[in-house]
Design a protein around this ligand. Structure first.
Ligand SMILES: Cc1cc2nc3c(=O)[nH]c(=O)nc-3n(C[C@H](O)[C@H](O)[C@H](O)COP(=O)(O)OP(=O)(O)OC[C@H]3O[C@@H](n4cnc5c(N)ncnc54)[C@H](O)[C@@H]3O)c2cc1C
Ligand code: FES
Length: 347
């Protein structure tokens, strides 16, 4: 398996930046720009958040997802608004793009398109499985980052790595995925793929990676498979700054949906306080994690921590949970907006 190398097909210039970016076939403007080291603003790389919205000032693009929810009706009425993460340039284009002026806390690896092959699928609960993909070239990524899986019919979805790659590049990626009934990508993953199946893996992407100064206490909130990036983040922070206080709230629907209990136990042994919260909880004690709480993880976190002014907060999970947490912790609470890092999983 080799990295995907194709002749450049298009070029993009970014207004105000003296760089002409070559765009290979199937490369979005976002991928090409990041690959060239530009500090383009983005979050989900999936068409859902709108943070990569830009103005197309010359040329034309083909959108990967016509109905992307990241563009509002008002954006669309303007006629020249695009999402860089969904736009394939057709010939030469010029774009007026949002650039981040914040200096990244860590050196962010540049994304690429790689060939991937399913090596392992291990069922962990009724609808959740651990997937391991081999990649055509060693990759390095930051804990909390994600990749886009691109399936043979062109469907693309984001999935977060459950482990840090560490300092050295790795040749396999571990993901945690929940099957969604009639979901386009998860049907591939759970029903159509077998070990040996090939796909394209694009990444790494993501801004919600571990980046807390050693002195900052850390709170983590994981809902469902949001545990994937949060585990990678908590594990790295616990190893690199064992003196730091870390509290991790893990939300699951039922006791039987709790996954990666051994890794959560290892975090407890490393000094992390893990609070396991189950929505429907007839039993109340998990064989490895002990007593669990009942209800919503966000409610428990907010009740336990009325003052969050000193904390760095990492969150991942279903979009409604993240949206509710932003209102409760930042808008109506004491958490600092510039110290909260999150991935909203599109449902
Ligand atoms: C940054 C990020 C990280 C994520 N990490 C994980 C993870 O680690 N584990 C996990 O289980 N899930 C994760 N997700 C959610 C995941 O990407 C999928 O949304 C989920 O698996 C359901 O996908 P589906 O195709 O099966 O369902 P679908 O219902 O087919 O699609 C899910 C959503 O994708 C969007 N969509 C619809 N059509 C298109 C299109 N043509 N192109 C692009 N998007 C479209 C819509 O918002 C839709 O509701 C993550 C999402 C994001 C944004
Ligand atoms: S819509 Fe492009 S980064 Fe979210």
């Amino acid at each position: 398996m080799n990295a995907l190398t194709s002749p450049p097909r298009a070029t993009v210039s970014f207004r105000g930046i003296d760089t002409l970016v070559e765009c290979a076939p199937e490369e979005t403007i976002l991928l090409a720009g990041l690959r060239h080291g530009l500090a383009l603003t983005y979050d989900c790389a999936s068409g859902g958040c709108g943070s990569c919205r830009a103005q197309l000032t010359y040329g034309s693009v083909r959108p990967r997802w016509d109905a992307a929810t990241g563009l509002s009706a008002r954006d669309r009425s303007k006629g020249n608004r695009i999402l860089m993460c969904q736009s394939l340039p057709q010939g030469h284009c010029e774009v007026l793009a949002p650039l981040s002026d914040a200096i990244p806390a860590r050196s962010e690896p540049r994304p690429a398109r790689l060939r991937g092959r399913l090596a392992l699928r291990e069922s962990l609960s009724a609808d959740t499985a651990r997937f391991v993909f081999d990649v055509s070239e060693p990759v390095i990524y930051l804990p909390g980052q994600y990749v886009l899986l691109e399936f043979p019919d062109g469907v693309r979805r984001a999935y977060s790595m459950t482990r840090s790659s560490g300092e050295t590049a790795v040749t396999s990626l571990e993901l945690l995925v929940r099957a969604k009934p009639s979901g386009a990508a998860t049907e591939w993953l759970f029903e159509r793929f077998v070990p040996g199946s090939d796909l394209i893996i694009e990444g790494p992407y993501g801004k919600a990676y571990a980046q807390s100064p050693r002195e900052s206490p850390v709170l983590c909130l994981a809902g469902g498979t949001g545990l994937a990036p949060i585990l990678a983040i908590a594990e790295e922070l616990a190893v690199h700054s064992p003196e730091r206080r870390i509290d991790l709230y893990v939300g699951s629907r039922r006791m039987a949906d709790i996954v990666f209990a051994e890794r959560l136990t290892s975090l407890v042994n490393a000094g992390v306080r893990v609070v396991s919260v189950v929505e429907t909880n007839p039993d109340s004690a998990h064989p490895l994690l002990g007593r669990t709480r009942t209800g919503l993880a966000l409610d428990h976190l907010a009740d336990d921590w009325p003052d969050l002014a000193l904390h760095d907060i990492y969150m991942a999970g279903p979009a409604p949970m993240i949206d509710a947490a932003l209102v409760r912790l930042v808008k109506d609470g004491t958490a600092r907006a510039d110290r909260i890092y999150f991935d909203r999983f599109l449902a």
